[in-house]
Design a protein around this ligand. Structure first.
Ligand code: FES
Ligand SMILES: [Fe+2]
Length: 433
């Protein structure tokens, strides 16, 4: 399909300190992003613990391609195109399940867990055809996939760099997630949040290290949690529940946010220092966890791991993790103004259950679609999406702490929009090649 955007036109939409609104509202740009960004990037699929046994699978989507992720009988995890080699039906329909053979419902072609064609009804009808002569070709095609310490990513392009090189310095967040486990392993908790947001995918990603917004957008939950905390402290003197403490952390002022370091990496990735710490030495469960962690790693290494408090990390373009609260989020663009977000939570193997439960409380409090906090963000995202249809102004400002001489990957603060400018560097590199 011919499009209206040649390379020069695309380049003209991004300036060093601002971008044109068409990047968020033009369906044609959106289609190009799917082809040139998502179809060529490493897309997070799942964690290996979500597919413990042979035949365990889940279905997903990469750049509009239906995909199966399945545990093969040699115990490797395969990513396969979910598309029958006969007349093209999607073979697996459920979002997750288990199957030793993958059977197409339409005419009964059957495939193995590695995608190989096993059988066809009325086989004699295919004698001397390409199906018989070239059977290896009639399979569920495999997609390039790689694991980084159990996190499985896939890439539709064979020209992309290896996963580990692509993640670069941002790998430290995944390392920290795993190394916080006394056993050096994590596993997924059953269930996940899935919601469709009414905004372009980039608006979500651009909010994740934004230290300028909490004081404004989250005013109501800051005030409500403050009132509750005051009342609990006055009446019982007890420590307020974790959910209230998590909400209250958004009350930090600009000075505190300015001290939070945001680090940018190649390929549009970035991470941000944490500003919530749910653990105290007074908590017996945390002391128990600390003992177990030190026993595994030794005091020095244990302190080094636990001192790294990262609020979140963005793996451009389609994933974000919370290393401190063990969460992985997948950003799936559906349309220029619709984005599906899927959130999975993990537990540290070998950690006391009270410690792991904090990750669930965090997800419910901050990231549930009905949370008092996320609903504030969703309203802001929607308003940006709708506001950009105004023809009164063409450009979107990304000027906060802009310095044309600044190294893009140098450390910034959470008040800087440098990580967004870094995302656009990656955007241009993908869109203009
Ligand atoms: S489309 Fe799958 S067997 Fe015919
Ligand atoms: Fe927010």
């Amino acid at each position: 399909m011919k499009n209206n955007y040649d390379t020069e036109h695309i380049r003209s939409l991004v300036r060093p300190d601002c971008v044109h609104r068409d990047v968020y509202i033009d369906p044609e740009i959106f289609n190009l992003e799917i082809q040139r960004i998502f179809a060529r990037s490493w897309n997070y699929l799942c964690h290996e613990s979500q597919l413990p046994d042979t035949g365990d699978y889940l279905t997903t989507d990469i750049a509009g391609n239906p995909v199966i992720v399945i545990r093969h009988d040699d115990h490797t995890i395969k990513a396969l195109h979910n598309r029958c080699a006969h007349r093209g039906a999607r073979v697996l329909e459920n979002t997750q399940g288990s199957a030793s053979v993958l059977s197409c419902i339409y005419h009964g072609w059957r495939y193995g867990t590695d995608g190989e064609l096993l059988s066809i009804p009325c086989r004699d009808n295919y004698l001397n055809t390409d199906v018989e002569n070239n059977q290896a070709h009639y399979r569920l095609p495999e997609i390039r996939s790689e694991s980084y310490r159990g996190f499985i990513f896939a890439n539709l392009s064979h020209h992309a760099p290896a996963l580990s090189d692509y993640l670069g310095g941002a790998r430290r967040a995944l390392d920290n997630m795993i190394d916080r486990s006394p056993e050096g392993q994590i596993e997924a908790v059953r269930g996940s949040f899935r919601a469709v947001y009414r905004n372009n995918w980039k608006i979500y990603l651009e909010n994740l290290h934004d230290g300028m917004h909490p004081l404004h957008v989250h005013q109501s939950s800051i005030a409500a949690s403050r009132a509750q905390i005051d009342s609990i402290e006055k009446t019982s003197g007890k420590t307020p529940p974790l959910a209230l403490q998590l909400m209250q952390a958004n009350a930090q002022g600009y000075r505190e946010m300015e001290e939070l370091e945001v680090t940018c990496y190649e390929h549009g990735h970035s991470d941000m220092r944490g500003f919530r710490n749910p653990d105290t030495a007074a908590d017996p469960a945390y002391r128990d966890y600390l003992d177990r962690h030190r026993a595994s790693y030794g005091e020095e290494k244990s302190a080094e791991i636990l001192d790294m408090n990262l609020h979140n990390v963005n793996f451009y373009p389609g994933a974000s993790a919370h290393p401190r609260f063990l969460q992985m989020r997948v950003i799936r663009p559906l349309a220029v103004d619709r984005t599906a977000i899927e959130i999975s939570v993990f537990r540290w193997k070998g950690a006391p259950e009270e410690i792991n439960r904090k990750n669930i409380i965090y997800a419910n409090t901050i990231h549930s679609p009905s949370s008092l906090i996320k609903s504030d963000d969703l309203e802001a995202y929607r308003r940006v999406q709708e506001g950009l249809h105004s023809s009164g102004r063409e450009w979107i400002s990304q000027h906060s702490l802009f310095d044309p001489d600044m190294e893009v990957v140098s450390p910034q603060s959470a008040l800087s929009e440098q990580y967004i400018r870094n995302q656009y560097r990656a955007w241009l590199a993908c869109m203009c090649t």
